[in-house]
Design a protein around this ligand. Structure first.
Ligand code: FES
Length: 154
């Protein structure tokens, strides 16, 4: 599915999910079951972009930290990952093999269905998947906001 946006993704009503020790960085206050510290925050993209104020997501302020964002009510989610060089990788969580949802396991994204494994940059490390995870372009504003271009998936 590389090179196109996620089917069924409602670009007007996103939700941000964080899971981990810092957990509850909520703005909208919807908490999802399945992770004790899972917080879900509705985000409303503007003109095909999601803007995350990094100060509101402390996990993204240190290399290796990540959050997962998801459209409200949809299964598709995106991982937002802070890279060591200060950049951000935003990846679809949909496995490019047969579209199961991958999970973050340590330094890798792993598909529970057939074991495909991806690097945190989306490249395939272990098949059967042959294509990398769909990536979304990002930029960081001078004010410290991460901007994710939803229409620029590749
Ligand atoms: Fe992910 Fe098959 S659907 S490895």
């Amino acid at each position: 599915m590389s090179g196109s946006s996620q089917p069924g993704m409602d670009r007007r009503n996103f939700v941000v999910t964080t899971c981990g020790a810092l957990g509850a960085a909520t703005v909208g206050g919807v908490v999802s079951a399945g992770c004790a510290s899972l917080a879900t925050v509705p985000v409303r993209p503007v003109n095909g972009r999601v803007t995350l104020e990094l100060r509101n997501h402390p996990r993204l302020l240190r290399p290796g930290g990540f959050i997962r964002i998801a459209p409200g009510g949809a299964a598709q989610t995106l991982f937002v990952i802070a890279a060591a060089d200060g950049s951000y990788d935003v990846l679809s969580s949909i496995c490019t093999h047969l579209k199961c949802t991958v999970n973050m396991e340590g330094e890798r994204l792993v598909c529970p269905c057939h074991g495909s494994t991806y690097a945190r940059t989306g490249e395939v490390l272990v098949g059967p998947a042959e294509k990398p995870l769909t990536r979304y372009p990002t930029s960081v504003t001078r004010g410290g906001a991460l901007v994710i271009e939803l229409g620029g998936a590749a």
